[in-house]
Design a protein around this ligand. Structure first.
Ligand SMILES: Cc1ncc(COP(=O)(O)O)c(C=O)c1O
Length: 351
């Protein structure tokens, strides 16, 4: 993996084609092909991808954007960065994506965007969301930052995510299923008008040097990250498959009734494998003792984040709160060995 990257970077240093260069164009092509989308516009990170996507819609200030109550802070921040208003809907009781019943309740005439998140790599039911939107003028943008290469199971032709909504946004933060060696992001769409607008918005409103048509962001992908991503994308299907094998192993072998498994979408790509337990403190102690790494995704739902406590003070989202309080993310590194997996499962079953 590293040798071809180093060779290409050495060549880039000679050429000096550092920002939005040839390698960036190649990556945009490769990524849109992976998703089956017509267009891809790379940018500096996943937060910017969401912000740019929302800005490209040209909505009136404070138009409402419905997002799930359990997601990474960036989903909500991007809405505010685009001068829009985030409205929260709960997640499912055991599914980590937006609850369709709660989503329906949150739609009103101010709703201009529904922004589901394919949390943990589990794909939201986009087809049902499209049915809910029906003929209303509501855009569908999906946050795909945790689900590179996953299928939209709900699509009649089983297309990949990144190609089945108005605009899709991805992060290539290093720990993602497809991660750069620094910050990077991309936006995909089948809509030529959004594509043209996004190309300008990410580059200070300009496609031609010194011709600035819009107030844009400085959010460009640099060629070094593109070189890395052009190499790493080749292994994405293999690594997603390995993640799915690990998840299947956990599903089949974790039998402890004190642990509740979540319901993931059929072709989930398992950015995380998350379980629930009523006795998280005890389980954390055990995992620490056994030197098994773990994490939380996330310890706070959006309305519980310090920055948002006032804005959402009268609201509660019981499923998102349950995830925040009771969830633990287990190791899901695609290179985990059978021995390591057996050790993790044995420990969990003895808890
Ligand atoms: C669901 C979700 N949305 C948005 C982001 C933001 O991406 P980035 O860190 O590249 O800005 C991330 C990743 O961290 C994420 O997991």
């Amino acid at each position: 993996m590293h040798k071809p990257i180093i060779k290409k970077i050495a060549y880039l240093l000679k050429k000096g084609d550092f920002i939005l260069g040839k390698e960036v164009e190649i990556f945009e092509k490769k990524f849109s092909n992976l998703c089956g989308a017509k267009y891809a516009v790379s940018c500096a990170n996943g937060t910017d991808a969401l912000t740019l996507a929302l800005k490209s819609l040209n909505l009136a200030q404070n138009s409402e954007v419905i997002i799930p109550a359990m997601t990474f802070c960036s989903t909500a921040f991007s809405v505010i960065e685009a001068n829009l208003k985030p409205i929260l809907a709960d997640t499912g009781s055991l599914s980590p994506t937006i609850c369709l019943q709660d989503l329906k309740k949150k739609i009103n005439k101010e709703t201009k965007v529904i922004l589901p998140v394919h949390l943990y790599g589990s794909v939201a039911n986009l087809n049902e969301i499209k049915k809910i939107i029906n003929k209303r003028k509501i855009h569908l943008i999906d946050d795909c930052s945790q689900a590179h290469g996953a299928y939209d199971d709900s699509h009649i032709n089983k297309r990949k995510i990144g190609s089945t909504t108005d605009i899709s946004c991805f992060s290539f933060y290093p720990g993602k299923n497809l991660g750069a060696y620094g910050d990077a992001g991309i936006i995909t769409t089948n809509n030529f008008n959004f594509f043209k607008k996004l190309r300008k918005l990410r580059n200070l409103g300009s496609e031609k040097k010194f011709v600035h048509e819009l107030v844009g962001m400085n959010s460009r992908l640099d060629s070094m990250q593109a070189i890395i991503l052009n190499e790493k994308i080749k292994k994405l299907p293999k690594y997603n498959y390995k993640r799915q094998k690990i998840a299947n192993f956990y599903n089949a072998n974790i039998t402890n009734p004190k642990i509740t498994k979540l319901k993931y979408s059929k072709s989930c790509v398992f950015h995380q494998y998350v379980i629930l337990t009523n006795n998280r403190i005890k389980l954390i102690k055990l995992l620490n003792n056994k030197k098994i790494p773990y994490s939380f995704h996330y310890p706070y739902a959006i309305h519980q984040l310090k920055v948002f406590r006032k804005s959402f003070r009268n609201e509660s989202f019981k499923n998102a709160e349950k995830l925040a309080k009771k969830s633990i993310s287990l190791p899901i590194d695609p290179n985990l060995s059978k021995k390591e997996l057996n050790y993790i499962v044995k420990t969990l079953n003895e808890f």
